[in-house]
Design a protein around this ligand. Structure first.
Ligand code: FES
Ligand code: FES
Length: 162
């Protein structure tokens, strides 16, 4: 492909080689490499469905060019936990009824992890602000806020994030 370049993206701890044109977004590159757990919503930074952690900071992958993430740690929702060993945020969303359709949930949990990475003891308002870029059309947000607060508290008890 003309103007394409082979890059290596480190996704959930594994190096993955992909050939991308310079305009390929990180969202497109992730989904092309099989990471369909990263959801594609608006593709213009409005919904947060595509959020991933890049070097522990939550970003909208639809607004990020893939090549700019080379050499950085990219974490998708699949890199946080597994069905058998869920991450505290995943467990809290499950247990407190914060996930319904699941389309927004991956980005919501990633954004929440970004908030907690920045501040392990966020206030309700700080959680609200941190999730303000993530839209959900199912739960009405109250349960999501409760789940994030609960998970942050559990993580502090467990000494996470370190
Ligand atoms: S798909 Fe990226 S913010 Fe909506
Ligand atoms: S649970 Fe978020 S859009 Fe439905």
């Amino acid at each position: 492909m003309k103007n394409s370049k082979e890059i290596i993206l480190k996704i959930n701890g594994r190096n993955e080689k992909i050939t991308v044109p310079s305009h390929r977004t990180l969202l497109e590159a992730l989904r092309e490499t099989g990471h369909v757990e990263v959801k594609c919503g608006c593709e213009k930074g409005d919904c947060g469905a595509c959020a991933v952690l890049v070097d522990n900071v939550a970003i909208d992958s639809c607004l990020t060019l893939a090549w700019t993430s080379e050499g950085k740690e990219i974490t998708t929702i699949s890199g946080l936990g597994t069905p058998d060993e869920p991450h505290p945020l995943q467990a809290a969303f499950r247990d407190l009824g914060a996930a319904q359709c699941g389309f927004c949930t991956p980005g919501m949990i990633i954004a929440a992890q970004g908030v907690i990475n920045d501040n392990p003891a966020p206030t309700d308002d700080e959680i609200r602000m941190g999730l303000s870029g993530n839209l959900c059309r199912c739960t009405g947000y109250a349960k999501i806020l409760d789940a994030v607060g609960h998970a942050a508290s559990e993580m502090r008890k467990n000494g996470e994030p370190s």
